[in-house]
Design a protein around this ligand. Structure first.
Ligand code: ATP
Ligand code: MG
Length: 605
């Protein structure tokens, strides 16, 4: 049976981050740290007790959209490492950019992380934090840098600044404002804060080295003017910290030990270290300061994970919202039917490495099957129904008779009980379980044939699963030649579970539901959203490679045992795959199921 990757003590695949943490723990790198009971500056933490968390990690989303499968990877990694090494993982909203952030996203992110199975309660407190809660400290730190001659207010235009920055081959040139005194800089920074300057009129920059081979060290911007209302701090501020300045400070105030981020931040690490070193030297932060470690992004084939592009899919109504079951958002995957366990298994199984990885979508499907194989109740469903009429029913059983049938809810788990349904003279079967002219190797229903020598080959016999054997005798067609019903006769004494059941050998078994007791259901058959494995590769517009068949809605029939399943119940429809009762639309009187994934082994023979 599938194990729960969150609680199981099965060994986790090793990765370089585990290696770093294990070496740190062995060396006692982080033992000197003290924790003031909440995020704070150096003095606050030094006044506290030794940090009860052996390590601290964080998941730091910007609340500017819904989380997707790439974020799930980062969540599982950060929360998972903290859990495995006696640490704590913080959920921190990196809400330093007032223009793109909304409360709606904050709420959705909290719900998504919880749903994935993680929480941020530890040592008696909640470790959910907002970067905007640190704005006061960030200004104080900026002023300390100014006083130490390590920051200045630059009033060049954006174009001048760009021209002075140089490029990979050319060193930058100093700004004419670079030699301002600390007192002048303090006054100009106060002016920036006062609200009297327009957006872009001035920026606060670190004073490092305009000739550095790393462009990120050529006096990076720390603060900019932005007259904008912030979702949490309202109109209190008109200057906002740059991400590269804010992020290391957020980590340090929260006593983070391992600040794990994706590879594109590698070039920022020297500035991360520079900034924290200066602020520790100035006495604002406690040592040891956090260390940044980069790992490769997770990409899934046939999936895009850029928030901007996902938003375009929603805004342009290519999908039905952020939780459309085809979306790689955590809400979309949830609605599709993926379990938290399957997503965690995929994330854990994909490890962490120093290169961006492409994971085949089938890996996620495999994780889902592994999880549900042992858990999901079985049911019969007919997705493309055609009538099967048993023409000798009345002679065999008597008119109006319904033969009671039973099946285990799960073949290996008797404790889940049995399903009951009735076999009658009129059934729904899959249209493709009948072939008027069978291809070679087709073992399901086909009618009798007369050979050229005049002899007759009888129609084929199949077992109706959990029922009995029937022999095909023909079909009915409409004026267009479309088959409207398949005809068959009951073969006597072949009832499943009776001594005679095996007397008649058949090569095919088909699923069915009884017309008298089946429930009509809407079934959404989802497929990948794109026809190319890397939809936006090489700058291609993903709209060019949309799969026109990514959603097919069919009117299906399901067995009566599903009359009372709750939304989000996951099932295996025998031979079709795993399905979930849609968490939004499913009603007992109007069932709606989404296909999560097909079964690995193909049923058709
Ligand atoms: P964008 O830059 O499009 O807004 P982002 O993916 O950088 O999106 P954040 O909210 O900053 O969004 O991400 C939060 C965390 O999730 C970051 O630490 C980021 O590195 C991580 N993350 C995002 N996408 C992936 C991915 N595909 N694989 C692994 N980690 C990811
Ligand atoms: Mg980002």
């Amino acid at each position: 049976m599938a194990h729960d990757p969150k609680t199981s003590d099965a060994p986790k695949p090793s990765n370089f981050l585990r290696g770093i943490i294990e070496r740190d723990l062995e060396a006692g790198t982080w033992t000197p740290r003290r924790w003031g009971g909440s995020p704070g500056d150096g003095a606050h933490h030094l006044a506290g007790a030794p940090d009860p968390a052996r390590i601290r990690t964080r998941f730091p989303p910007e609340p500017n959209g819904y989380l997707h499968v790439g974020h799930a990877k980062s969540i599982c990694l950060n929360f998972g490492l903290a859990r495995d090494y006696g640490g704590v993982c913080h959920l921190r909203f990196d809400d330093t950019n007032p223009e793109r952030e909304e409360q709606e996203y904050v709420d959705a992110i909290i719900e998504a992380v919880r749903w994935l199975g993680f929480d941020w309660q530890a040592h008696g407190s909640s470790h959910l934090y907002y970067a905007s809660g640190y704005f006061d400290f960030m200004v104080r730190a900026a002023e300390a840098l100014i006083d130490a001659g390590l920051a200045y207010v630059d009033e060049q235009s954006a174009d001048e600044m760009r021209a002075h920055r140089g490029d990979f081959n050319t060193p930058g040139r100093n700004s004419p404002f670079r030699s301002r005194t600390p007192a002048e800089n303090r006054a100009r920074f106060a002016e920036m804060r006062s609200g009297r300057l327009a957006d872009g009129a001035a920026v606060l920059r670190a004073k490092i080295d305009m000739a550095s081979p790393n462009i990120n060290l050529r006096d990076p911007a720390l603060y900019r003017i932005k007259h904008a209302t912030h979702h949490a701090t309202g109109d209190k501020w008109c200057i906002y910290p740059m991400y590269t300045y804010a992020h290391p400070i957020e980590d340090a105030l929260e006593n983070i030990t391992h600040s794990i981020c994706t590879l594109e931040f590698e070039d920022q690490r020297p500035f991360y270290d520079w900034l924290l070193e200066q602020l520790a030297t100035l006495g604002l932060l406690a040592r040891p300061t956090p260390k940044q470690h980069e790992f490769g992004r997770l990409n899934l084939s046939y999936v895009i994970t850029s928030k901007r592009k996902l938003k375009a899919l929603v805004d342009e109504k290519i999908v039905d919202g952020w939780d459309d079951p085809r979306m790689p958002t955590i809400f979309g995957m949830r609605r599709r039917g993926y379990t938290p366990e399957s997503i965690r298994a995929m994330a854990d199984g994909s490890g962490a490495s120093k290169t961006n990885i492409w994971l085949d979508y089938s890996v996620l499907e495999g994780c889902l099957r592994d999880d549900l194989e042992g858990k999901a109740a079985r049911a019969m469903a007919v997705l493309d129904p055609i009538e099967l009429r048993l023409t000798n029913w009345d002679e065999s059983f008597g008119a109006g008779h319904i033969e009671p049938c039973h099946a285990p809810a799960h073949p290996q788990r008797p404790e889940l009980g049995t399903r009951a349904f009735g076999l009658g003279p009129r059934l729904w079967i899959e249209r493709d379980d009948f072939a008027e002219l069978p291809a070679k190797g087709f073992f399901r229903l086909f009618p009798p044939r007369t050979l050229p020598d005049g002899s007759v080959v009888p129609g084929n016999r199949v077992r109706l699963k959990y029922g009995l054997v029937v022999e095909c005798t023909g079909c009915e067609k409409d004026v267009d030649g479309q088959v409207t019903a398949v005809l068959a006769t009951v073969v006597p004494d072949t009832r499943s579970g009776t001594p005679g059941a095996d007397a008649v050998k058949v090569k095919g078994t088909i699923s069915w539901v009884g017309m008298h007791d089946a429930l009509a259901a809407t079934v959404n058959l989802y497929d990948r959203l794109f026809t190319e494995a890397q939809p936006d590769a090489g700058g291609r517009d993903f709209r060019e490679v949309l799969n026109p068949h990514s959603k097919r809605v069919v009117a299906a029939y399901v067995e009566p045992s599903l009359a009372h399943v709750a939304p989000e119940t996951r099932l295996q429809f025998e031979r079709h795959g795993y399905f979930v009762a849609d968490r939004v639309q499913h009603r007992p009187e109007a069932p709606v199921f989404n296909r999560i994934t097909t079964l690995k082994d193909s049923w058709a023979r």
